[in-house]
Design a protein around this ligand. Structure first.
Ligand code: M5T
Ligand code: MG
Length: 241
């Protein structure tokens, strides 16, 4: 199959508990390769949007499509193949760095894994580890810094050929150098993929094709960075506040 990665959401309503909707009537469209950013206060529903795109939960109303096809029509396996994830909490397992990046792409040769790590800006720190790519990570990467875990996550996503990328930026702070490395890795990752990005630092999403401002489960503003600043609404408040 040749998935382009167009994403549609039509009148999506969903809640985790009965009668308590968390997302209300969300509609949006992302063309192939576009970068869509979600911003808004904590609890606004940003992570929930990505949970639904991944079918971690079933929606109450409306539909979500990839290339015009309802995501409920294709199996979960095809969905997993078409969406690469960089989530807030990294999922690393006890095994080598090489194995952790290769996760889900068992066919990938070592060279391909290393190339992905380079794309993700992770190669340099990996080579400085005691045993480089053969360094064994303790459960959930306990022997790495948070920034390093994030870089491994980006490397894993870089190895994936999925046309859609979902990134939920980690909230906790990392040092400025690592932050720049993460940003560069993510920029490389987004190239040519349709991307949903949840950013906690507004500076990282200025160049998005569309920014969605969520408030209490609704999209209250949408537009480019420049448009939203001119509007002097909620985004302007968040940005200048
Ligand atoms: C939106 C509730 C949460 C909040 C609302 C993920 C999750 C969320 N919620 C649950 O009840 N169960 C869950 O598993 O849904 O939450 P969110 O989508 O996580 O918000 P956010 O991503 O915009 O917030 P943040 O803090 O990551 O910026 O009422 O309790
Ligand atoms: Mg969140």
């Amino acid at each position: 199959e040749n998935v382009q990665g167009e994403i549609g959401m039509e009148h999506v309503t969903f809640g985790y508990l009965e009668n308590q909707p968390v997302l209300k009537d969300i509609s949006l469209h992302a063309k192939k390769g576009q970068k869509i950013a979600f911003v808004g206060s904590t609890g606004a529903g940003k992570t929930t949007i990505t949970n639904l795109l991944n079918r971690f939960y079933e929606i109450w109303e409306g539909k979500i499509t990839i290339d015009g096809v309802d995501i409920r029509e294709n199996g979960l396996e095809s969905l997993r193949e078409n969406i690469a994830l960089v989530l807030q909490d990294t999922h690393l397992f006890t095994g080598t760095v090489m194995e952790n990046i290769r996760y889900g792409r068992l066919d990938a040769a070592d060279e391909e894994v290393i190339a992905a790590a380079k794309t993700a800006n992770a190669d340099a720190f990996i080579r400085r580890l005691q045993n480089g790519y053969d360094t064994v990570l303790e459960g959930d990467g306990a022997n790495l810094s948070q920034g390093q875990r994030q870089l491994l996550n980006i490397a894993r996503a870089a190895l994936s050929k999925a046309p859609v990328l979902v990134m939920d930026e980690a909230t906790s702070s990392v040092d400025t150098i690592t932050e720049r490395q993460i940003q560069e890795g993510m920029d490389a990752l987004m190239k040519d993929r349709t991307t949903f990005v949840i950013a906690h630092r507004l500076s990282t999403i200025r160049n998005s094709d569309m920014i969605m401002v969520l408030e209490h489960g609704r999209i209250i503003e949408r537009g480019t960075h420049t448009e939203l600043l001119q509007r002097q609404g909620r985004y302007y408040e968040l940005y200048t506040g």
